[in-house]
Design a protein around this ligand. Structure first.
Ligand code: PIT
Length: 352
């Protein structure tokens, strides 16, 4: 099935002349990612189409995302090939990665070990270390933004630079940060509204490593405010029985990344030198059944939360529409759309 143009508008003819637009790969409130094929060469790409009208007031964020994508070139980061810009939309022609989300690949595998998790984390650290060396902070690292290169290849691609920042100064003050990032992966200093830097990504990698080894997240509460409190305290556990067979080296590695004090927290370079990553300390015991069972449970819980989010979003929309109608009656139509990806956000799992 081919993608329907976002909001019923037509795509720029320059784009459709060169590319044949295929199915939708993903969708946010202001953007969608579609599969596309170069009509001449047959090569496939992913095109992110951003609706400028919906983006009013966030043009700077878009410029930032484009600037970041233009600047980066790394085997674990999705490449930007071309960009088109018309009155209403921006088109980012990117490398197509078709392996899907990381967790789906893990679930589908027959065996899965600490060594596999260690190799996945090493790739993420490599990509993020490169970003940091370029002065870029990703700020929204989470499993959904880690795509597999292909079904056969366990190469990981870091995507979605919508919230990333080129750090012009060594430290950036958080602005509206709680609304950015997905709560479960956000570093404590961000929630405390303290100045933050590259170290926020290392915290997120710690959280991802934790989930990769047990299938559920270290912090969880139905209530975001409670979840925030847990993260700010920075207390988490390696619960029994799920962590009983995981090596002390793996736990030690996570502890260095999920370190409350950003100054003491490992940076990517330090993490890459940890024995669990490069010293042969990651175990080769099959942990597939324990991890996938927990991934399924976490997802079931996450879907409930998503249902809740959709209900809240619909209530908000109804209110907003009532507002628009009223404003329309008054002949002023001004409305501000909410945060991107309303329905895909939401905290995941928690200790079972
Ligand atoms: C693909 C396949 C897919 C999604 C993407 C690429 C998205 C990539 C992306 C999205 C961004 C960004 C950079 C890359 O800033 O399912 O090949 O928002």
């Amino acid at each position: 099935m081919n993608a329907m143009p976002l909001f019923g508008k037509k795509y720029d003819p320059r784009v459709t002349q060169k590319y044949s637009i295929k199915e939708t790969l993903g969708r946010g409130a202001f953007s969608e990612v579609v599969k596309a094929q170069d009509r001449e060469t047959g090569t496939q790409y992913a095109i992110k189409i951003i609706d400028k009208k919906q983006l009013k007031g966030k043009e700077e964020a878009l410029q930032n995302e484009i600037e970041v994508l233009r600047k980066v070139s790394h085997p674990n980061i999705v490449k930007l090939y071309e960009m088109y810009d018309d009155k209403s939309k921006v088109y980012l022609v990117m490398e197509l990665v078709c392996g899907g989300e990381l967790f789906d690949r893990i679930v589908e595998k027959g065996t899965y070990t600490e060594k596999d998790a260690s190799e996945l984390i090493a790739q993420i650290l490599g990509g993020v270390n490169y970003l940091h060396s370029q002065g870029i902070v990703h700020r929204d690292l989470k499993p959904e933004n880690l795509l597999c290169y292909s079904k056969e290849d366990s190469k990981i691609m870091i995507s979605d630079f919508g919230l990333s920042k080129i750090a012009s100064e060594p430290e950036t003050m958080p602005a509206m940060q709680t609304a950015c990032g997905t709560p479960g992966y956000v570093a404590p200093e961000v929630l405390r509204r303290q100045p933050y830097n590259q170290a926020v990504d290392c915290w997120s990698i710690g959280v991802i490593a934790y989930i990769l080894l047990c299938g559920y997240p270290p912090f969880y509460d139905e209530e975001d405010s409670e979840l925030f409190k847990q993260i700010m305290k920075g207390t988490y556990e390696f619960d029994s029985p799920y962590w009983d067979d995981i090596s002390d080296s793996a736990k030690n590695f996570i502890t260095h990344l999920m370190e409350l004090d950003p100054k003491k927290r490992y940076n990517c370079e330090q993490a890459l030198k940890h024995p669990w990553i490069c010293g042969g300390m990651a175990r080769t015991t099959n942990i597939h059944s324990t991890v996938t069972e927990q991934i399924h449970k976490t997802r079931a819980r996450c879907n409930w939360k998503r249902v809740g989010n959709v209900v809240v979003a619909m209530q908000k929309m109804k209110l907003l529409m009532g507002q628009v109608h009223k404003e329309h009656d008054n002949d002023t139509t001004k409305s501000d759309a909410a945060e991107d990806k309303t329905t895909t956000q939401g905290a995941t799992g928690g200790p079972p």
